[in-house]
Each structure stands twice: as structure tokens, then as C-alpha cells.
Ligand binder design. Structure first.
Ligand SMILES: NC(=O)C1=CN([C@@H]2O[C@H](COP(=O)(O)OP(=O)(O)OC[C@H]3O[C@@H](n4cnc5c(N)ncnc54)[C@H](O)[C@@H]3O)[C@@H](O)[C@H]2O)C=CC1
Ligand SMILES: O=C(O)[C@H]1O[C@H](OP(=O)(O)OP(=O)(O)OC[C@H]2O[C@@H](n3ccc(=O)[nH]c3=O)[C@H](O)[C@@H]2O)[C@H](O)[C@@H](O)[C@@H]1O
Length: 434
């Protein structure tokens, strides 16, 4: 294993901090830079700023061993670096395209202090052609550029980084690509060496395929519901087919998070820029918005047709369970639609977010249920399955529990005298008694 390579990581968010901490654990020496001085101060004290299992331990060990340091500004991390990973945000711009301002700012800072023969690696998700653009912006023929997209999921970032399904590296400079591949030598994963454009496209293709698959499943769920089929059995039956597989077949309130929506829009925009189109992807995006409206429709129906002045309890606010990330959360999009119709929103999330606009955030599921005309489960936190539904039945003012993740045991909810309405199943029978 190559040990002790000097690495700079630019950006200390989900991807940057994970990259820095995990590469340190693989024996490399990492300087991680961020523009946010408060974040750098906290991380330097070992205070991890995101909720990721295993992260605090890795950062603690890295700091203690002197293998991991945090600095303010990309320029401070560059001196001495053999490989530099760019892990800065590439958010969605007004036209849907990925905004590259942070990437360009980081590259400008790196241009002068980068040592000769170093490699700059794009780990951020960036449109096809960005590696070439980074090369131009750097204007350093002695520095190679590579693309090495990241496939980790939030909530299991450390595990995913250290146990990847594959490692993709694209570079016009094969030697540079091999140097990047060597950093991961200790990991047991197939390595795909390719050109930069293919590497960049692999990332978008993977995320957009998964998003499209979810829109497909959500549409199947809607048909199941209207045709008297049960989507849980239908997806199970699909999943046994090894060509389909079981993962990513759970219907839900629409896909969200900091990446699927922005990446889907960015690929669509990239297609438009070259005068092409991607109608399937466009339909996946539209289906996702429609899914959120469908969930709102169920809630409206559950409270008798009128949301104005009605209290709705929300269970789960993050874009999925196991993360504290609220970015592009379907739960918040649904909350916004409910608020637009005048509903009063009371929400609880186990990650205990601070204030969330338009929602009175409370500190327990029971407090969210108290006095609510309907209770809506929007994020599949395991603890929601353990709730005392008899207690909720005693506090809620309506009778409906809308389970937008098919997460709860319907029998337990029905047994408490409540009506469990999930996705892709016929409407619930009225419970006999409370
Ligand atoms: N969050 C995720 O699960 C995944 C994200 N990605 C991609 O990775 C990239 C980064 O995403 P996240 O880590 O989620 O973002 P993030 O927002 O969590 O972190 C980005 C960090 O970069 C810092 N930053 C911004 N401009 C900077 C600059 N010029 N110099 C130094 N630091 C700077 C910010 O202060 C922030 O701490 C994006 O392109 C995203 O699409 C890829 C795979 C997974
Ligand atoms: O590029 C990225 O940022 C990352 O995006 C996703 O990871 P993440 O955003 O952490 O979340 P996922 O676990 O993929 O879930 C995305 C959305 O799909 C939803 N989902 C997922 C699976 C499922 O069966 N049903 C479903 O509705 C989730 O609730 C969530 O809203 C990808 O899974 C990662 O491989 C990728 O690296």
C-alpha cells in the first residue's frame, strides 16, 4: 500500500470531510481546507460538524496522530501537496446548470502554490468537460487533472467511502490516474480508469438512473393504489429478478437531498446546451414534483378536503433517515405546499434540527401528534416504528396516519384505532373501534 502520500482536500463538507478522514485512515497525510473559519476551528478541536457514523472517531485519531490538519483557504493546503481533491459545492443555478463558482475560486487559489507534478482531482459532481476546464484555468502544464467522482451516501458516508462498489478515475494522463488509484490500493474495489468526460458522465448517469428508477416506482405505486394491487408485494416480486435487484425500490414522498435534484437538472441542462434533450429524465423530474402533490392530496383528503386552519403533524423532516441534512428534502417541499394552503404545521425530526421556516419544530413525535387533524410520516426513521400508537391515538384529534414511506406496521396503527394510509395500497378500512 502507498503510505503517507501528502494530500490536500478542498472543502470540509460531507464529501470533503469524509475524503479527508478516510484517506487519513488509509495512512495518508491530509490537510483539509475550508473557507468557513468557524468550521475549521471546530474541526481542529475534533468537533465534527455533520452527523455521520464513524466520522468523529476517524477525525479524532487523525488529529491525534498529526496526520490530519484543517486550514482556512485552499491556498494554505496546497504547498507540499502531491494530490489535491476538490470537494466544493456545485449547486444548481437558476437555469438548472451546476454552478462552478466555488470550484473556480478554489482553482484560482491553488494555481500558484501547487507544487510541480501534483495532480488536481475533481471529486465534486461536475458537468462533462469540467476537468478540461480546470486544466485551462490552472494554466499549469506541470500539474495533471483527473476526475474521481464520489458515490457515497449521506448517513453512511464513512462506510461507503471505505467500501465502494467501484472507484472511477478519468484522466488524459494515465500516469496521474494511476497515482490517484494507488491512494485507494487498500480498498477492495474494482477500479475503472477512463477518460475525464466518461468519468464525469458516469456520476450523472448513476444518480439520474437511480432518480428515474424511483420516479418509476412511485408511478407504479400510484397505479397499484388505484387498481387494487399492493406495491410492497409488487416491488418484492420485481426485486427477485436479478436483472432488477431489490435496492432503490421503496416508494416515498419523492426523491430529494442535496444531489439527485440538482444533478438531474444539471444533466438536463447539459443536454439542452448541446441542442439535445432527455425526455425520460424530464419526466422523472416532473413525476417527482407530482409525487409530492399526490402526498399533499392524500393529506387534504384525510382532513376532509380543506387544509386551511388545519393542524398537520409531520414525522420526519430530513430528506431521508440517518442524516441531519434538510437540503432539498421532500418533507420540506410537502410542508411548503401544505403551508401554501393554510395548514398549521407541527414537525418532529430525530436529528433535532433548529428552526425550520413555516414549521413549529417540537421535541417528540407525540408533541407533533397532539391536536393534529392528520399525522404524516415523511422520513423513515427507525424510531417511528417503535412509537406507542395507543398514546398517539389518545392525543391526535383526527384519525388518519399518512405513511408516505410505507414504513409503519399497519396492524399496529390500526390496532390503536387509527387509519393507516400508505402508498400503493387500497385505502384503509375504517378501524372498528378506538
Ligand atoms: N453530499 C453527498 O452525499 C455527495 C456530494 N457529492 C458532490 O460533492 C460536492 C460537495 O458536496 P457536499 O460535500 O455535500 O457539500 P457541502 O456543502 O457539505 O460542503 C462543501 C464545503 O466546501 C466549502 N467551500 C465552499 N467553497 C470553498 C472554497 N472556495 N474553498 C474551500 N472550501 C470551500 C464549504 O464551506 C463547505 O464546507 C458537490 O459537487 C456534490 O454534488 C458527491 C457525492 C455525494
Ligand atoms: O451524489 C450524491 O450526493 C449521492 O446521492 C445519493 O445519495 P444520498 O443523496 O445520500 O441519498 P440516497 O440514499 O440515494 O437517497 C436519495 C433520495 O431517494 C429517496 N429514496 C431512496 C431509496 C428508495 O428506495 N426510495 C427513496 O425514496 C431517499 O429517501 C432520498 O430522498 C446516491 O445514492 C449516492 O450514490 C450519491 O453519491
Amino acid at each position: 500500500m502507498v503510505s503517507g502520500v501528502k494530500i490536500a482536500v478542498i472543502g470540509a463538507g460531507y464529501v470533503g470531510l469524509t475524503t479527508a478522514a478516510c484517506l487519513t485512515s488509509l495512512g495518508h497525510r491530509v490537510v483539509c481546507a475550508d473557507i468557513d473559519p468557524a468550521k475549521v476551528r471546530a474541526l481542529s478541536r475534533g468537533e465534527v460538524t455533520i452527523r455521520e457514523p464513524g466520522m468523529a472517531e476517524l477525525v479524532g485519531v487523525g488529529l491525534a496522530e498529526g496526520r490530519l490538519r484543517f486550514v482556512v483557504g485552499a491556498g494554505k493546503a496546497a504547498p507540499g501537496a502531491e494530490v489535491v481533491f476538490l470537494c466544493v459545492p456545485t449547486p444548481m443555478g437558476p437555469d438548472g446548470a451546476a454552478k462552478l463558482a466555488a470550484l473556480e475560486a478554489a482553482v484560482a487559489e491553488l494555481r500558484d502554490p501547487l507544487p510541480p507534478d501534483s495532480v488536481v482531482v475533481n471529486k465534486s459532481t461536475v458537468p462533462v468537460g469540467t476537468a478540461a476546464r480546470v486544466g485551462e484555468l490552472l494554466g499549469r502544464p506541470d500539474v495533471a487533472v483527473a476526475s474521481n467522482p464520489e458515490f457515497l451516501r449521506e448517513g453512511s458516508a464513512v462506510h461507503d467511502f471505505l467500501n465502494p462498489d467501484r472507484i472511477v478515475i478519468g484522466s488524459a494522463d494515465l500516469d496521474a490516474a494511476k497515482r490517484v488509484a494507488a491512494l485507494y490500493e487498500a480498498l477492495n474495489a474494482p477500479v475503472l480508469l477512463t477518460d475525464p468526460a466518461s468519468s464525469e458522465m458516469i456520476k450523472y448517469a448513476a444518480n439520474c438512473y437511480l432518480a428515474t428508477r424511483l420516479s418509476f416506482v412511485n408511478s407504479i405505486a400510484e397505479l397499484c393504489e388505484r387498481m387494487g394491487a399492493d406495491v410492497n408485494d409488487v416491488t418484492r416480486g420485481m426485486g427477485y429478478d436479478q436483472r432488477i435487484g431489490t435496492a432503490f425500490l421503496r416508494p416515498g414522498p419523492g426523491w430529494g437531498g442535496s444531489c439527485f435534484p440538482k444533478d438531474a437538472h444539471a444533466l438536463l441542462r447539459s443536454a439542452a446546451v448541446i441542442g439535445s434533450d432527455f425526455p425520460l429524465l424530464r419526466a422523472a423530474i416532473d413525476t417527482n414534483a407530482r409525487q409530492q402533490r399526490l402526498v399533499v392530496g392524500k393529506i387534504r383528503q384525510a382532513v376532509g378536503g380543506r387544509l386551511a386552519g388545519t393542524r398537520v403533524g409531520l414525522l420526519g423532516l430530513t430528506f431521508k433517515a440517518g442524516t441531519d441534512d434538510l437540503r432539498d428534502s421532500p418533507a420540506l417541499a410537502i410542508a411548503e405546499l401544505l403551508a401554501a394552503e393554510g395548514a398549521e404545521l407541527v414537525g418532529y425530526d430525530p436529528s433535532m434540527p433548529g428552526a425550520v421556516a413555516g414549521i413549529r419544530v417540537v421535541d417528540s413525535a407525540y408533541a407533533a401528534a397532539a391536536g393534529a387533524s392528520a399525522l404524516v410520516l415523511l422520513t423513515e426513521w427507525p424510531e417511528f416504528r417503535e412509537l406507542d400508537w395507543e398514546r398517539i391515538a389518545g392525543q391526535i384529534s383526527g384519525r388518519y396516519v399518512i405513511d408516505a414511506r410505507n414504513h409503519l406496521d399497519p396492524l399496529v396503527v390500526h390496532h390503536a384505532g387509527l387509519l393507516h394510509q400508505c402508498l400503493g395500497q387500497p385505502a384503509p378500512q375504517r378501524a372498528l373501534s378506538r
